[in-house]
Design a protein around this ligand. Structure first.
Ligand code: URP
Ligand code: ZN
Ligand code: ZN
Ligand code: ZN
Length: 499
């Protein structure tokens, strides 16, 4: 075959194994067409020598906020997706956000297509954030959104006044997403618990960034996680609980999984590497690490999260990239009001789309590894692709898949480690929470559909803005399956009378 590109001399990692060294990957028209011990180049075939390094599937980051109305000073599509390819992510799924005043989803979708079209360095899709599930949306629009527009997932919020849904609304949406096979993501925190604590902290003048973490305790995440699972169980719908941060809530998920309920969990780098002490510090520095759920307090909390990553409770690992600049126009800082910190006013979310893959890769080999390399591939690429209906195109290194690849440096290339620095990143945010952290490796090349879009040593981001395509997604795969007769405290005959 007349190949466009051959990648030779790498160690291919898939979700199940590390393949023997020396295999070559043949690429034609953006697809992987063969993997063999020896492939013949044509005169014009480009040959990339991986020099014995690992090759992993291009990262699939299915939780990225870009140019959303609730992230006013954050990254836009150009800067956010440029940052993605530089960190080995070649596909993202971002959000279209319905506001409570939007009674139809179609104008919202047009708006978000307008913000991203021609602006992306990576392939991308959208999830729909539903905040006002009208009868028309549930009865008619969502079916068209899923089947014609290729948007096969929704995100539902149990907190944040602007987006939050009642339990009845969650149930109504879950009935619909179940019938359409849409992947249903839920942000689980108990809104009233948070409101109570916040008011009482404020009344005592406790408004520094650190109190953000106090205002959103683990029990608020756990209560909402349990409730979301119970609602999902009642109406027989698989769900995915996003950005999980605490051991108690993960134990609740694990209990449901043990009963064979299709409950999936996502976590993010910040919950594996950062603690709430980062919310302290002079000069309002703590505002840089305000996210929800918040960073937790103790090293044991991080260890518990690592356990859930290793033991399979966690299905997927996303960035939840939702950053705001620390300094905005005029040297102002959001959440610092007349010199007084007000944690309630600090925009939530950290930058992380560029560092997600290199951070976890650095924890997936060597003497201090927390997980295996195949597990790294599962949760950074293969599982998210499957969860969100990209499983036939993305997230795997095999013939027929898009040639989205990350080629790393040979293992001993960074003898003293590679230090994360804000000035090496490609976002338009003015800090990284991982400043100074030592990593083992960084993507040397990222390939999107066979084209080199990141070449760290020769030009950096060499892809073009607009090279990334909007991808219409199929129904998610991992979330298939019925809860059926498993419902706790309800006979299946009972359920059949109304479901
Ligand atoms: O703090 C966060 N995660 N902000 C982004 C919005 C969300 O809930 O994912
Ligand atoms: Zn030819
Ligand atoms: Zn959320
Ligand atoms: Zn988010």
């Amino acid at each position: 075959m007349d190949l466009d590109t051959i990648v030779k001399n790498g160690r291919i990692v898939t979700a199940s194994e590390i393949l023997p060294p020396g295999l070559q990957i043949g690429i034609k028209d953006g697809k992987i067409v063969n993997i063999a011990t020896s492939l013949a180049p044509a005169p014009h075939t480009k040959v990339i020598d991986a020099e014995g390094a690992y090759i992993t599937p291009g990262g699939v980051d299915t939780h990225v906020h870009l140019a959303q109305d609730n992230c006013p000073t954050g990254d836009d599509w150009e800067t956010g997706t440029r940052s993605a390819v530089a960190g080995g992510t070649t596909t993202i799924v971002a959000f279209c956000g319905q506001e409570k005043t939007d009674t139809s989803l179609f104008p919202v979708l047009e708006e978000y297509h307008g913000r991203s079209r021609g602006q992306s360095y990576v392939d991308y899709g959208f999830h729909f954030i539903l905040t006002n599930p009208t009868k028309e949306i549930l009865d008619n629009e969502l079916k068209i959104i899923a089947e014609r527009e290729g948007i096969t997932s929704v995100k539902l919020y149990m907190t944040y006044e602007r987006m939050q849904l009642t339990d009845r609304e969650l149930l109504d949406i879950m009935m619909t997403t179940r019938s359409l096979g849409m992947t249903t993501m839920v942000h689980c925190e108990n809104s009233d618990m948070i409101a109570l604590i916040t008011e009482r902290l404020e009344a005592r003048g406790l408004t520094d960034p650190y109190y953000h973490a106090i205002s959103r305790p683990m029990i608020a995440e756990n209560e909402a996680s349990y409730r979301a699972i119970a609602l999902a169980e009642l109406v027989d719908t698989p769900i995915l609980i996003v950005h999980m941060s605490s051991e108690v809530a993960l134990a609740t998920v694990r209990e449901a999984q043990t009963r064979m309920l299709p409950i999936h969990a996502e976590t993010c780098p910040q919950y594996l590497y950062l603690l709430s002490e980062r919310l302290k510090g002079d000069n309002f520095e703590g505002a840089k690490c305000v996210c929800s759920p918040p960073l937790r307090h103790e090293k044991a909390d991080l260890d518990a999260l690592w356990q859930s990553v290793a033991n399979g409770t966690i299905t997927t690992f996303s960035s939840d990239h939702a950053p705001s600049k620390f300094y905005v126009e005029g040297g102002k800082r959001l959440g610092l009001i007349d010199g007084i910190p007000r944690f309630r006013e600090i925009p939530n979310g950290l930058p992380g789309v560029e560092t997600r893959v290199p951070l976890l890769f650095s924890s997936a080999y060597g003497p201090d590894a927390r997980i295996s390399l195949p597990r790294f591939v599962q949760i950074t690429a293969t599982n998210p692709a499957k969860l969100y209906g990209l499983g036939a195109l993305k997230g795997s290194i095999a013939p027929g898949f898009d040639a989205d690849l990350v080629i790393w440096y040979p293992d001993d290339y960074f003898m003293d480690g590679l230090e994360v620095k804000q000035d090496m990143l490609h976002h338009s945010i003015d800090y990284t929470p991982y400043e100074g952290m030592k990593l083992k490796n960084w993507p040397r090349y990222s390939l999107l559909r066979g084209e080199v879009v990141w070449d760290r040593d020769n030009g950096g981001v060499v892809g073009k803005m607009g090279q990334g395509n909007f991808v219409k997604r199929a129904k998610g795969e991992l979330v298939m399956g019925k809860m059926g007769n498993h419902v706790k405290g309800m006979l299946s005959e009972e359920r059949q009378m109304w479901a």
